[in-house]
Design a protein around this ligand. Structure first.
Ligand code: GLU
Length: 474
C-alpha cells in the first residue's frame, strides 16, 4: 500500500478569504479528491496559521470555515491550529541549535544594516556564525545556510526549480521574543501533519528552499511534491489589489454569485479541461483535474466572465430555487415590504433569463412593487424626447382602455401584445419602437423583463394610471 497522500490549505486568518487563497484551497481540494477518486488514500486537511495571535481572533477564523463551506470545499478531520503546535516549533529550533544547523545571533538590525552599507553586499554576513553567542543575551536564531551547492526541487507546474545557496542569507528561524518564524512553523507543521503535496501561491516560492533546508536539517530530506500556482492578475495585468479590486470571496457572495458558479470559475484560473468545456459541475472538474495541467502563466481574474458563468448557473436553476435564492436580495430592497411573493414568482422565469447576478433582481422588478416606477432620466429623454412618443402613448392608452373595459379576463399578455402590435402597425413602426414609450412609462426604463408579462401582472388600473401620468408629463 503506498503512503497516504495528504494535501492541505494553510490560510492565515485575515478576516476575509481572498480570491487567490480560495483558488489555492480549491486546487488542493480538487487534486486530493481527484486522487481519492482514483482509489488512492488521499485527503485534504485544513491548517489555520494563527501564530500572529493579535490578528487571529476566533471570528476571523470562522470567516475561513464559513467561506470554504459556502464554496463547498470540505476538509478531512478537525482543522489544525498552528498555535497548538507551538511546542513543536520551539523544539525544532532547539534541535537545529543543538545540531549546529542553526546558531544564535546577537546583531541588531542597525548593526546588520551598517555592515551591509559598508560592504555593499546585501543580506546578513554570517557575523555571529562562530561566535557562540550565549543564550542569556538578546538574540535571534539563524539557519546556517551551506556556503556551496544548491537546493532544488521539482515543481509540478514549473519543472525543476533551483536556488544557489550563495543567493540565500542565513535566515532567521526565531525572533528575539522567542517566537518562531513562518518558515519554521510551516515546515514543522507540514512534517507533523504528514503533508505530501504542497500546492500554494508562487508568492511563497522564495520560502520553499528555506523550508527544504529546514526539513532536511530536521532529518527529512525527502521534499513534498510542490506546485506553485501562478499569480492572479486583474484586467490591468497587475496583481489584484485590495484597493482597486474586490478581492474577497464575500464580495461576490454579497452580489449574488452562486457558490457553484464561483467554484467553477475559480477552477478556471490557471486550469482548463482538455475538451474546452469550461462550465460544468464540480464533480466533473474533480474527475478531470490534474495539477500538472496548470498553466504557469498568470491567470486573469475576469469579473465579466465570472458573471457570464453565473448567469448560466442562474438560468439553469429550477424556478423555485431561483425564487428562493432571490429572496434575501429582495428582502434587502428599501421597498421589501411591498413585495408580493406570488407576483414575484409569476415574473421569476423571465427575470431568471435576464440577470447575471442576484443583486440585479430587485432593480429588475422594482417597478412592479413600487407605487410609482422610478423613472430613469436617460431612458426618459431617449424615448419620450423622440417625435411620436405622445401619439404612441395616446394610441396605447386608447387600446388598453378598450381591453380593460372588456373585463378582467381580457387583460392577458397575448392580448396586450396584439393590441400593441396593432398600434405599431398603424404608426408604421416595428413593435420594439412602438412599445418603448409604454415600457418607459410603466417600468421607468428601456430594459427589463418582457413587457407584456409585466403589464399583465401589474393589472389594468396600474398600467393605465402610469401611462396617463407619463402622457401628462410629456
Ligand atoms: N499561511 C500562508 C499564507 O496564508 C500559506 C502557507 C502555505 O501555504 O504554505 O500565505
Amino acid at each position: 500500500m503506498p503512503d497516504p497522500i495528504r494535501l492541505r490549505f494553510a490560510p492565515s486568518p485575515t478576516g476575509y478569504l481572498h480570491i487567490g487563497s480560495a483558488r489555492t484551497a480549491l486546487f488542493n481540494w480538487l487534486y486530493a479528491r481527484h486522487l481519492a477518486g482514483q482509489g488512492l488514500d488521499a485527503s485534504f486537511l485544513l491548517r489555520i496559521e494563527d501564530t500572529d495571535l493579535e490578528r487571529s481572533k476566533p471570528e476571523l477564523i470562522d470567516v475561513i470555515f464559513n467561506t470554504l463551506e459556502w464554496l463547498g470545499i470540505d476538509w478531512d478531520g478537525e482543522p489544525v491550529l498552528q498555535s497548538s503546535l507551538a511546542d513543536e516549533h520551539r523544539g525544532a529550533v532547539a534541535r537545529l541549535l543543538g545540531s549546529g544547523a542553526a546558531y544564535r545571533c546577537a546583531c541588531t538590525q542597525d548593526e546588520v544594516a551598517a555592515r551591509v552599507a559598508a560592504s555593499g553586499v546585501p543580506g546578513y554576513d554570517g557575523f555571529c556564525r562562530d561566535r557562540a553567542v550565549s543564550a542569556d543575551v538578546a538574540h535571534v536564531v539563524r539557519f546556517r545556510v551551506p556556503d556551496e551547492g544548491l537546493t532544488a526541487f521539482d515543481d509540478l507546474i514549473r519543472g525543476r526549480v533551483s536556488f544557489e545557496h550563495s543567493s540565500l542569507e542565513d535566515f532567521v528561524l526565531q525572533r528575539r521574543d522567542g517566537s518562531p518564524m513562518f518558515v519554521v512553523a510551516n515546515a514543522v507543521d507540514d512534517l507533523a501533519m504528514g503533508i505530501t503535496h504542497v500546492i500554494r501561491g508562487e508568492d511563497l516560492l522564495n520560502v520553499t528552499p528555506k523550508m527544504l533546508l529546514v526539513r532536511a536539517a530536521l532529518g527529512t530530506p525527502q521534499p513534498p511534491v510542490f506546485a506553485h500556482l501562478p499569480l492572479i492578475v486583474g484586467d490591468n495585468r497587475k496583481k489584484l489589489s485590495k484597493r482597486r479590486d474586490d478581492v474577497a470571496i464575500a464580495d461576490y457572495q454579497a452580489r449574488g454569485i452562486l457558490p457553484e458558479a464561483m467554484v467553477n470559475y475559480l477552477a478556471l484560473l490557471g486550469w482548463g479541461p482538455s475538451d474546452g468545456v469550461e462550465v460544468r459541475p464540480i464533480r466533473e472538474i474533480v474527475e478531470l483535474f490534474e495539477a500538472a495541467d496548470i498553466n504557469p502563466a498568470s491567470a486573469m481574474f475576469d469579473v465579466k466572465k465570472l458573471e457570464a458563468i453565473n448567469g448560466e448557473y442562474l438560468r439553469a436553476l429550477p424556478v423555485d430555487e431561483f425564487v428562493a435564492a432571490s429572496e434575501p436580495f429582495l428582502a434587502a430592497a428599501p421597498w421589501a415590504e411591498r413585495v408580493d411573493p406570488a407576483v414575484f414568482a409569476a415574473l421569476a422565469p423571465d427575470v431568471q433569463l435576464r440577470v447575471r447576478r442576484l443583486d440585479e433582481v430587485p432593480g429588475t422588478v422594482d417597478f412592479v412593487f413600487l407605487a410609482e416606477p422610478e423613472i430613469d432620466e436617460v431612458s426618459w429623454q431617449k424615448v419620450m424626447g423622440a417625435d411620436g412618443a405622445a401619439p404612441l402613448l395616446d394610441a396605447a392608452i386608447a387600446a388598453f382602455d378598450g381591453v380593460a373595459a372588456e373585463g378582467h379576463g381580457a387583460w392577458v399578455r397575448d392580448r396586450l401584445h396584439a393590441e400593441t402590435l396593432a398600434v405599431a402597425e398603424r404608426a408604421g413602426l416595428k413593435l420594439g419602437k412602438a412599445q418603448a414609450p409604454v415600457r418607459v412609462a410603466v417600468t421607468g426604463r428601456t430594459v427589463g423583463p418582457p413587457l407584456f408579462e409585466a403589464l399583465e401582472v401589474l393589472g389594468a388600473e396600474t398600467v393605465l394610471g402610469r401611462l396617463r401620468a407619463a402622457r401628462a408629463r410629456l
